[in-house]
Design a protein. Structure first.
Lengths: 327, 327
DNA sequence: AGCTGGAGCCCTAACTTCGCA
DNA sequence: ATGCGAAGTTAGGGCTCCAGC
């Protein structure tokens, strides 16, 4: 590969001038700039990221840690973050954890650190991974959590609470007085926010909170919750994500209960498949790509001291066929 | 940060000895090795990846390009690849393309090249992205395609054809004589393999191929295909992925046809939700994590000249409730 | 065999020099 | 002289590799 000196020789300038042209320094005169740019093109010169990092002590690299199953939300968030980062000239180094308990987190963080990433973004952090992250010695770069910061972490999250309020209010507006929550796992920030919203909307409507059953985000856990929900006499169930709603729909169908005639069901996330559930799922749509971009905004704020990223749009209710007034 | 010289001083050896200990060189004597290891621990020394890359001209970094929607299969494959790569000491730099037509591919490849990645893995390459990849000038590192190589690319794929044969044979064994294919998009390697398997199994059973309708992997396209499939009188449909099967189930239900009584449906992939479709979907399970590991194996073979990775386990049929003998 | 020393990888940052109003 | 804009020069950054001892 050509080096910066080869380019300098070809353009008959010093290597420093080449460096200046590369970074768009305006103090380089037009004629020299031309010559350098042409030499770069002719030699197909690409600067070496390694040498740059070594000399400048900045790697222009961010670390991204993903956790758990490849669900739609986290995957979309990661993708949005990625695209935004590339657009801003960042390189993204990824570490996919296999263990939701975070057993492989130290190893992953070590790998990112030896890469000298300038910040780390954690997507879909389980409570265990959050805790493990706190244990990391010498956290000398910013960590940003997708899905809400706390415990001394920065974080960015969509307004889950507002989404949950919209979903629950939709049910009370339909006349439901026994509105259950099929919640996400305890200690997850996302799950807690959705639970808060559910409680708030019910309080506002003057309705006692219905039964609360906890799942683990999976369709299987949604199916497993069906019996308890039915026994508790819920006429409507707000599910903390679409997968659990799918499992619930499945189990209700099996037990002979009809949706929405016997029970109304609302999901959360609006995964692309939700419109094709049977019946089509009423759910809450979220803009994960925007969340990804916001994560990058927060990272840049922490790294370079930019301004606070603009607030994210609130999730919006998408009404389909799985909700109706109670009988 | 501590440098290798700091460690050398603390351990009273030369920096070169430290380097040897770090890479596990057996020519270092036990006492020195001890001293060095202790100094490393005490100083919390981590080698600088940038300096290493610069000096050794090897970055120990792989590029991964992902394309399109975050579907379960590709996401799982990416995750498996990632975990395997970290285990083998590779760093993975990721580029998520937003445009399935590959408009942002050159930019992504340029980013990876300036990072001096030693190989590039492309997950879920659309035909457009394959084509765009061929246009990349100076492809000086190996490119490995997940989902089958050709056009001068290396590739690793699960045996889609065998899976498709199993799915189709299951339907003919049940007595179906009019077995349709809800195919993936034209020109996708995966789609073609599944189509081949369908044809082969039908030929073997002495059954004329039923209608073939093409979708785009999405549930929406599966729903859109329902009418054409019904009009063609198919009693069974093999869908090239689970999402399209979901859309089909949904549309069939709406039009009053019952599954499996009126039509049998088989999917492909066995996404975690498939067991909770209504009815539970008979489908073909694939080990995406193994595919991810095999991708890494192929990369290492190309980079270091290792042995050919072992063959992947064949996909296996998972029979649930969406298939039955024709009436 | 077991260890040390120095050169070199490719850049950037800081300083220096040059030329001209 | 004075100052400033536009270039060049030098010194590392932290490691591996290749002689040497």
């Amino acid at each position: 590969m050509a080096t910066i000196f080869d380019v300098a020789r070809a353009a008959q300038v010093s290597h420093q001038t080449v460096s200046r042209v590369l970074k768009g320094d305006p103090t380089v005169g037009a004629p020299l700039r031309e010559r350098v740019e042409q030499a770069v093109r002719e030699l197909r010169y690409r600067p070496s990221a390694a040498a740059r990092a070594l000399a400048s002590r900045r790697t222009r690299t961010l670390g991204m840690i993903t956790v758990g199953q490849p669900y739609y939300g986290p995957s979309s968030t990661a993708q949005g973050f990625n695209a935004a980062a590339r657009g801003a000239g960042w390189d993204v180094s990824i570490e996919a954890l296999e263990d939701p308990d975070g057993a492989d987190l130290p190893e992953a963080v070590a790998a990112l650190r030896s890469r000298d990433v300038q910040a780390v973004v954690v997507v879909a952090p389980t409570p265990e991974v959050r805790a493990a992250t706190l244990q990391v010695p010498d956290r000398d770069v910013p960590f940003v959590m997708a899905g809400g910061g706390d415990d001394g972490f920065a974080g960015v999250a969509l307004d889950q609470r507002a989404g949950a309020v919209a979903a629950t209010r939709h049910l009370t507006d339909l006349g439901h007085r026994r509105v259950a929550l099929l919640a996400g796992p305890a200690h997850w920030a996302d799950a807690a926010d959705r639970e808060d919203g559910w409680r708030a909307a019910l309080a506002e409507a003057g309705v006692e909170p219905g039964p609360l059953v906890r799942g683990d985000w999976s369709a299987a856990s949604g199916a497993a919750a069906a019996e308890a929900l039915r026994d508790a006499g819920a006429t409507a169930v707000f599910c903390a994500n679409d997968q659990m709603a799918l499992g619930l729909l499945h189990a209700l169908h099996r037990s002979g209960l009809r949706v929405p005639e016997d029970v109304s069901v609302v999901g959360f996330d609006d995964i692309p498949e939700a419109a094709f559930f049977t019946p089509a799922l009423t759910t809450v749509g979220q803009d994960f790509a925007a969340l990804g971009r916001a994560l990058l905004g927060e990272v840049e704020r922490l790294v370079a001291g930019g301004e606070t990223p603009p607030a994210l749009a609130a999730p919006r209710l998408v009404v389909r066929d799985s909700t109706a007034p109670p009988r």
